[in-house]
Design a protein around this ligand. Structure first.
Ligand code: GN1
Ligand code: MG
Length: 370
């Protein structure tokens, strides 16, 4: 299912936010499996200016007001820090929400859907997979800086926008349940994949143990640190900021760092069908780790650092498990563009998790040496 672009709907949305000017055209953005995103061009005083309109997926985010309250708080907090530090180019260094005509940071349409609008950051590029160690370093810096900037977010803590989002025990149980139900009779075709996740339950237990020890700090984390959520300057390739803030909420650094290992170390895309190409590349990992440690600036505890190589396996396993669960349930969660899409995605995660597992000790030794 691709996105259905409805021009009259976009025209209506365009009038609901504090944008001065006339919408000229809009294009759907194909990245992202959950929300609907459009890049819209406006005429403003003789210039063309772009904004991002985004419709929040109400099935996934059942409390959109809480999502928006989080995003508003987080972006304001970072913006204020940049202002206080006398930074220039602030609209490139943090997302800026455009208020709606009725003074909110969102607009609710007649069908009850929530929309929000951001300033479009020009002259940037995003990538579906990493092409150089420099990019991996910048990705590490971007998400490291983000979590560092939020480390002094005043209380109360953020809303948990998706409850148990990275609770891998619950994800595992949901997988077993989907397997038992086998609603559309797919299990018989994917026994190898199923066995991989069942046999690696030790990953689930290891995280449970670490959480139960009470020594893994709960912080404000991003929780969806895919490489394509980093905006890189088109000329310098330096990181500008990170996007996709819906799941910014309490979490552990393992979730953030681990999802970066998942999306920043393989030369392939998440849905690559040629599995022989999928692997964890050490030089990418090293650059990522250096960037992350530099930007988090000493905030990582020993316990966090000790689990950093494991975090890559953890998140690759967790997301792979979710793709396979969705495949078993008939592709109701992640947007798919072909019939076996979720299965393909899950297979790349398995291959990558195995590659990480083989190199886990070397990865950890490198981090320990930093
Ligand atoms: C979803 O759609 P996107 O790219 O923002 C998902 C993440 C997964 C990711 C896998 C809210 O993110 O958790 O890691 O797909 N987001 C949600 O590509 O479920
Ligand atoms: Mg997302």
């Amino acid at each position: 299912m691709g996105l259905v672009y409805d021009e009259s709907q976009l025209r209506d949305i365009s009038t609901r936010f504090h944008i001065y000017g006339q919408i000229l055209h809009a294009e759907p953005c194909k990245i992202g499996h959950i929300n609907e995103t459009y890049t819209a061009t406006y005429e403003q005083g003789g210039n063309e200016v772009r904004y991002v309109h985004q419709k929040i997926n109400g099935k996934v985010f059942t409390k959109p007001l809480e999502v928006m309250e989080n995003v508003d708080r987080v972006t304001r907090h970072i913006r204020q820090k940049l202002v206080d530090a006398g930074e220039s180019d602030i609209t490139r260094k943090v997302l800026i929400l455009i208020p709606s005509r009725d003074g909110n940071c969102f607009y609710q349409d007649d069908d009850g859907h929530y929309w929000r609008t951001y300033v479009y950051v020009e002259n940037i590029r995003t990538y579906e997979s990493v092409e150089s160690t420099k990019q991996a370093l910048e990705a590490g810096k971007a998400f490291g800086l983000f979590v560092q900037q939020l480390s002094d977010l005043p209380s109360p803590g953020l809303h948990e926008t998706i409850v148990d989002f990275h609770n891998v025990r619950k994800r595992f149980d949901a997988f077993v349940m989907a397997l038992q139900k086998d609603r559309i009779n797919r299990a018989k075709h994917i026994q190898r994949e199923i066995q991989f996740f069942l046999k690696h339950e030790s990953v689930v237990r290891k995280l449970e143990k670490a959480l139960a020890s009470g020594r893994l700090p709960v912080r404000t984390t991003h929780n969806d640190t895919k490489f394509n959520n980093v905006l890189l300057d088109a000329q310098t390739q330096k990181q500008c900021c990170v996007v996709d803030l819906d799941t910014v909420m309490p979490g552990t650094l393992l979730y953030d760092f681990g999802d970066m290992v998942r999306t920043t170390t393989s030369p392939t895309m998440e849905d690559e069908r040629d599995l022989s190409k999928v692997r964890m590349r050490m030089p990418m990992f090293k650059a990522l780790a250096r960037g992350y440690l530099e930007a988090t600036d000493g905030m990582m505890t020993r316990t966090e650092k000790n689990l950093i190589a494991f975090s890559g396996k953890l998140m690759t396993y967790t997301i792979g498990l979710r793709f396979l669960t969705d495949f078993l349930q008939g592709d109701t969660y992640f947007r798919v563009h072909r019939p076996l899409h979720n299965l393909d995605r899950s297979r790349t995660q398995i291959k990558l998790a195995q590659s990480i597992e083989r190199q886990e000790e070397k990865m950890q030794a490198y981090v320990d040496s930093l």
